[in-house]
Design a protein around this ligand. Structure first.
Ligand code: PHE
Length: 454
């Protein structure tokens, strides 16, 4: 059992946990990353493969992480060490990889989260009032991301906010915030999607999202769909191990895990239902890449009554959704330093977020502010490289190792027992023993050999 005072305590209720875990899962991955990768890899076919991965790989790995976390009651490194039957505890290295990955993801995620704050400020000051064409919002976006002071400053602001919440511990900060704000965000997305799909010309966007053309699917697309499924569910780096460790023994893991996966996937699809109809309706089919949501959203606000207020609420809630995700990223690294290294929570929070800020600077400056960090020199911008390296490759490797550990090392029986004996236990066993490891290995080896992940 973890010491509540050192590790932040236990979740007070099942709903508190579901909201916090869903809060970790739901974030920029759904609203920013899902639409633009879907756009990049051809639409509906990519979406189908992504959903397939959520079911076949995401849900099994999610349940594996939650049970590893709760059975051990520890941070990822301590969790593998506690459950590894071997003398040398080599599997704790998987936890170590997870901690490193969490740090890597946080370093670029904070930059994108900073962009949402920049847009929130613009929305508050009325920049979007009166409507904006995609060309205008595209220019605004390019200006913002190329401004060194603004991007570096906003990343710092975001990391600071994250640090302040994580310092408060689990039930204090995370649970309370997530409980209120996630449902509000969901409602808002439903309204926005309702408006987007009734725009003139929206049907082209719906076709892009739902009518698959498998000839557009490339091996790189398959790798990205896997990466996206893991990224979106916060899997492969121990976030769900850490949250599982704060979960009380009486909660039933499968119910909690599957609810989180359903919510998360729904929100990604909802984001697609907003972005693509709005994009095609505005005739801006050329808008793509990491700027996609930022360029498309301003076009839709003035199509709504009280559009300006809507814009403000959208960016505010998106920033909050990002915050509940950065909290979980920082929490993993902090839990490691507190649990394994004996640091105080306070010290861990400030040292880790400070170091993460330094890592965030090159990502923040790689979007046009500083020559040499962009795609012209590196092939992909520094931020994109971090995104692919940590967000796809490292998560894939982590998820593979977690599945192998649960299936072969710790053992299916012990895990299923921890889950409270679930009806589909045997199926889950097959998934973690065979489907996940083989599936992930084949996809990763193929795309690495072809150097296609870039
Ligand atoms: N799942 C989060 C999102 O979709 C990102 C994340 C990845 C959070 C990995 C924690 C761990 O935005």
């Amino acid at each position: 059992m973890s010491a509540p005072s050192a590790q932040g305590g236990k979740f007070g209720s099942r709903m508190g946990f579901i909201f916090a875990a869903a809060g970790s899962a739901i974030g920029l991955g759904n609203i920013w990353r899902f639409p633009y990768t879907t756009g990049e890899y051809g639409g509906a076919a990519f979406v189908l493969v992504y959903i397939g991965f959520v079911v076949l790989i995401g849900v099994p790995v999610l349940l594996a992480e939650l049970s590893i976390g709760r059975a051990s009651g520890k941070n990822p490194v301590g969790a593998f060490a506690a459950l590894d039957p071997g003398e040398k505890k080599r599997w704790s290295l998987v936890g170590g990889l997870g901690v490193l990955t969490g740090f890597g993801i946080l370093s670029f995620y904070a930059v994108i989260a900073g962009w949402t704050v920049s847009f929130l400020i613009r929305a508050l000051s009325g920049t979007f009032a009166g409507g904006m064409t995609p060309e205008q919002s595209g220019e605004l976006f390019t200006d913002i991301i190329a401004s060194p002071g603004e991007t570096v400053g906003m990343s710092a602001v975001f990391l600071l906010l994250t640090a302040l919440v994580v310092r408060g511990g689990v039930s204090g900060g995370i649970e309370r915030a997530a409980k209120i704000l996630m449902p509000v965000f969901f409602l808002m997305l439903v309204i926005l999607a309702g408006r987007a799909v009734t725009l003139p010309g929206a049907d082209a966007g719906l076709r892009f999202l739902f009518a698959p053309d498998f000839s557009k699917l490339t091996p790189a697309g398959v790798m990205s769909a896997l990466g996206q499924a893991l990224f979106s569910l916060s899997l492969g780096m121990g976030a769900m191990i850490t949250y599982g460790s704060y979960l009380q023994k009486k909660e039933r893991l499968p119910v909690a895990g599957i609810s989180v996966a359903i919510f998360d996937t729904l929100i990604a699809i909802l984001a697609g239902l907003i972005i693509f109809p709005a994009l095609f309706s505005a005739g801006a089919t050329g808008a793509k890449g990491p700027g996609l949501v930022f360029v498309v959203m301003p076009a839709i606000f003035d199509k709504l009554p009280a559009g300006q207020a809507f814009g403000v609420a959208f960016y505010a809630l998106l920033a909050v959704a990002a915050l509940t995700s950065t909290m979980s990223l920082l929490e993993v690294v902090v839990a490691y330093f507190v649990g394994q290294r004996g640091w105080s929570r306070e010290k861990a929070v400030w040292v880790v977020s400070g170091a993460c800020f330094l890592m965030a600077v090159p990502s923040a400056l790689s979007q046009g502010a500083v020559d040499g960090l962009g795609a012209d020199v590196l092939g992909e911008s520094f931020l994109d490289i971090m995104n692919i390296l940590w967000g796809n490759v490292a998560l894939g490797l982590g998820a593979l190792l977690i599945a192998v550990f649960a299936g072969w090392r710790w053992g299916v029986n012990k895990a299923v027992e921890e889950m409270g004996g679930m009806p589909g236990g045997a199926l889950w066993g097959i998934a973690v023993k065979y489907v996940c490891p083989i599936g992930i290995a084949v996809i990763m080896i193929y795309s690495l050999v072809n150097w296609e992940f870039l």
